[in-house]
Design a protein. Sequence first.
Lengths: 349, 322
Amino acid sequence: MSEEPILLEVEGLGKVFAAGNALNRRPVHAVADVSFRIARGRVTVIVGESGSGKSTVARLIARLIEPTAGVVRFQGEAYVAKVRRRELSRLRRRVQMIFQDPFGSLNPHHSVGYHLVRPLKNYGKARAGAGVRGRVLQALEAVGLTPGEDYIDKYPHELSGGQRQRVVIARALIVEPLLLLADEPTSMLDVSIRMGILNLMRQLRRDRGLSFLFITHDLASARYVGDDLLVMYAGQLVEGGPADDVVERPAHPYTRLLLSAVPDVVHNPFASDRAPTGEPPNLAQLPTGCHFHPRCPQVMEVCKRVAPRRVELGGGHFAACHLNDMDYAARQDGTIAQEAGNGASRRKG
Amino acid sequence: MTVLCDIRNLSVTYHGDVDVKAVQDVNLTIRRGEIFGLAGESGCGKSTIVLALTRLLDRDGEISGGEILFDGQDLARLSDAGMRPLRWSKISLVTQSAMSSLNPVLTIGEQICDGMVAHGVTAREAWSRAGELLRLVEVDPGRLRSYPHELSGGMRQRVMIAMALALRPQLIVMDEPTTALDVVVQQQIIRKVKELQREFDFAVLFITHDMSLLLAIADRIAIMYAGEIVEVGVAAEIRDAPRHPYTKGLLQSFPSVFEKRELIGIPGSPPSMVSPPTGCRFAPRCPVRLDECASVAPPTVDVSPTHRAACHLLGEGGQGCV
């Protein structure tokens, strides 16, 4: 996707949650076979509807939950199924996470300063003593809380939602991570405040070369901050690549469906006659073949039985759809036709 | 189009340790058969207007001034008993969270019928109408015997719309009806609402913070800030020629998927309603404020026959922030 060195590499990442009870086990396939890379200094955005598994991917990378398949490599170091505490601490110093709810992420009993000093202590960076206050002030000013002295002794309830989210970002930045995982950091903020946080992300990328994995359901924000876009549906990546390519030349019917539904200042999604149908599938009972086939306007016979492969479309743009892989689809379809031919009735076409 | 609901100088006060005037001198008209959009951020008073209009304010909330003329009656002065015959039959309400608007221990059918039976429809008739209503919103009528938890979020919201339609009201108030839904489901629901509206000719008061959604669906739009209406106009006027700096800032706060442009948002945060700023309430955050903005409240100026805004920059032939 770019010339920059690869910071994070995710390969075949999967997570199956065990749901149901002893008599009725229903494994939920939250994330399946997710692979992508994040280059240094780039903002990669995962978009998808609720339940698509996008937050689970972020949590798997941060090791808040254990993956059931796949490898996460950070700067070439692999983090496979079981990770030791020390390794985990090494990872978390370089990969920090911020969450949706700036109210739930800060302890109401502690001051802003306390929240920012804690990570320094946790990662053994607070020995210098006198330098600590300076670093806290610096971190506050880096996120636009200037002058830092005005904020360092405040408590969360004295801050607005946008200011709290800035404190949360400052806390993540203070250990100088290379990658920030941001799970819907703006969706609970008021619209007029939201832009400030999105612009802050862009500024941190520009000035510090910080990389982001930004999880959102809002395509407009995704386009605004994202260099690369990944589209998730029912636990899988269906399309990805440079944001401009994906938005201007979407190659997967689901991406086209999402784009057609976004209300936008320059595009009215209610003007066209075609209405989308259906809803995302139940992750405990996924459709066979391509998970999107029951809703796909261009569905073919092969889509119902064979899962599509990921096909490179050039310039780092990829999609997992038979429409971009017709030779493979035809071969698979041929096999299906043969199998059907061996049965009682012969399929035509 | 004739006026269906005329809100005049409406003020709402919440009583507590300190009294908070959440809505201040609001003037709005909703015409028959239109989609009227009301936009603003959380705490600006848009939901309070909904509660005043539907007379659902709790004990602490009081309509402290003004009138709400609806179909010849002043709703602001009606007693609870006087309001009851209007609920569902003249005005109905669809809220953000269908999850909490539906009773989890009653079936969908029982809940749709409840309102109709209360308005004198026989139980048998109500049940058959409930089936038709579900068909209207494209939910399988077999779902009448389902409980809310068995339905997806989008389906629950469709059920709410079916319920709102049951007695063919003239006005359906929709308070952030699609905020909790995904974009694709949102599009499905909004299309359905527009289709039903063409068929049954009701008016919609649509409340949301999402300007891009509102610009796509509303006929006219009002922008609210800190308890006051700062601008009202036809959707195209608001989109193409906003005259209030807040409206402009709000439009500048929504990135577009299809167009890459630099956006600035609005600096600062909305004021506390306990002690709102004197003069123009937006002045502390306004990038183009004048000296008088801090002390004198701006007058509301007609920009066109359908478009008005309250900003000092519009005074004495000024063009506002163009």
